[in-house]
Ligand binder design. Structure first.
Ligand SMILES: [Fe+2]
Length: 288
């Protein structure tokens, strides 16, 4: 009788352990995911697909970035937008070079800096490497992108931290130099009259993006708030937003501007909980 009870307890412990293991594997999965957003616009006559790569932090996906390159190309993007912290300040830029070298000959690529590239202290060398791979580096300027005979305006600003705009919990003063870059981008976008996209590493500057005139702003930086509880908490903490960040990942309507925030691709640092690294695909769809 006693032996039967002991067996039952052992079975129960094993079952609980197995459940914990399965749950942990699911919750802590770092498998690459693809998040797609469809945005409609009357400014385009045929669909445009934009791949958003954010916060890679020099993470290597397979040998020579094969896994990430394949995932991006499988989505047949018309352009790839790199929105900062692609290189980590404490790691080599070599894993990133693989990505730029493979993608740049395939489709137009655009890049803006993040705070970690600034913190590396070697931004000039990083920038030279990136532009040397054929990627357009945007620093307060705009460039035209022609897809299927239709023009888009792709603009980009540096990370505000270049001039001291950073605070873990937010509430920092936005540097005048950053606002000057943004103004130049806005003027170029307005002049083009085309569907306009702003690449800006920081998602928390929503009050500035709202009413900025851009059709789309793409950001990263928040890493999905690191810890998520599906359906309940969209992120526990994000730099420059603090606890329970409002803009940790997703698509947000800011008047006539849509802000898309990538949860990023980093899997080097803190554990991600219910927060798999994500490649974001934005599909711009003509309004019918
Ligand atoms: Fe960042």
């Amino acid at each position: 009788m006693q032996r039967k009870g002991k067996k039952k307890t052992m079975f129960l412990i094993a079952a609980v352990l197995a459940a914990v293991l399965v749950f942990s594997a699911f919750a802590l999965s770092q498998k690459l995911s693809v998040q797609r957003y469809v945005l409609s616009t009357e400014k385009l006559g045929s669909p445009v697909r934009l791949a958003i790569v954010a916060d890679l932090h020099s993470t290597l996906y397979g040998e020579s970035q094969d896994e990430l390159i394949a995932a991006i190309l499988q989505e047949s993007p018309d352009a790839v937008l790199f929105v900062g912290d692609i290189v980590d300040d404490g790691l080599s830029e070599e894993p990133v070079r693989f990505l730029f070298e493979a993608l740049s000959p395939q489709c137009p690529c655009f890049y803006v800096s993040g705070n970690h590239e600034y913190w590396s202290g070697r931004y000039s060398a990083i920038k030279a490497m990136i532009s040397g791979c054929g990627v357009t580096v945007l620093e307060g300027e705009a460039a035209p992108l022609v897809i299927n005979g239709q023009e888009l305006c792709i603009a980009g600003v540096d990370d505000p931290e270049f001039w001291g705009g950073y605070s873990a919990y937010g509430g920092y003063d936005v540097p005048a130099e950053w606002l000057t870059q943004l103004k130049a981008c806005g003027e170029a976008a307005a002049k083009s009259g085309a569907y306009s996209v702003l690449l800006s590493h920081r998602p928390e500057l929503v009050d500035i993006y709202r009413g900025s005139g851009f059709d789309l702003v793409v950001s990263g930086h928040a890493h999905g708030g690191q810890v998520r509880i599906p359906g309940l908490v969209n992120g526990l903490f994000a730099p420059c937003q603090g606890w329970f960040p409002q803009y940790a990942g997703g698509a947000y309507a800011l008047g006539s501007t849509t802000l898309v925030v990538s949860r990023g691709l980093c899997r080097n640092e803190l554990p991600r909980v219910f927060n798999r690294p994500e490649l974001v695909i934005v599909i711009l769809s003509p309004e019918t």
